[in-house]
Design a protein around this ligand. Sequence first.
Ligand code: UTP
Length: 284
Amino acid sequence: MKIRKAIFPVGGLGTRFLPATKAMPKEMLPVVDKPLIQYAVEEAAAAGIEDFIFVTGRNKSAIEDHFDHSTELESVLHSKGKTDAVKTVQEMMKTPGSVSYVRQQEPAGLGHAVWCARNLIGDEPVAVLLADDLILGSPALKEMCDEWTGGNMVATMHVDPAQTSSYGIVTPGKEIGNLIEVKGLVEKPDPKDAPSTIAVVGRYIIQPSVFATLSTHSSGAGGEIQLTDALSREIGKTPFFGYQFSGTRFDCGSKLGFLQANIAFALERDELKQPLQDWLNKIS
Ligand code: UTP
């Protein structure tokens, strides 16, 4: 079965980026010249996703505008002969009807945001992408979709033992290539209690049954409704694997990760690579 739909939860407050996120969505922060959310949408499209579902909240209308026509801008660019710029703003447009928005009325947690999209999903598995987990290199969701044969799947990576309290952490079972069986999942454990250093990052393929589990609205770490808690309740009922993706992930929800992403992505650009490298050499 093909994964056709993806949920993009963008309803969080982005408090770690205040004051930048007071009136602007965190997911619109640019890495080089593209907002985080656009990278996530492009990754989903590369994985064959056809329906793009955004779970928004207050102050998130810039995301809707970003994925819509800007007729005034386009006509000005046309009249000035800026055809490359017209192409840049037009080629990111999706087929009419393939983008939907659901409002999360309060930021009650990632699990709650995903649950808010339930009526648009129906009875099929769905991908979930967190835009602030930015992945450089091979598109992680495509790698996951290529390996997925059913059940639940999360993207995983090894983290420093001291960092387990920032992640959902996996109790690993058998390993088959890049796949790790998930035998347990705990949200943000202290390093002394962590079952491993295998962390979940923001790419998921989830079964529709997860929505029923989320509907109990049980809150977990930080008093929020956690997606990992709902997934952990599915263990034993359906196959569940972690997938060790090949790209490099940047935590763009943190200032350091965001700055590192900007440097790493800029170094991939032909026009920026050399001058940026020269400047980095000079200041180091
Ligand atoms: P974070 O855990 O980074 O939370 O959310 P946040 O509110 O965005 O940021 P901080 O921690 O206050 O700085 C991870 C992703 O889940 C979404 C966010 O928009 C982000 O893309 N999210 C989180 C929701 O959609 N709703 C929520 O209630 C919480």
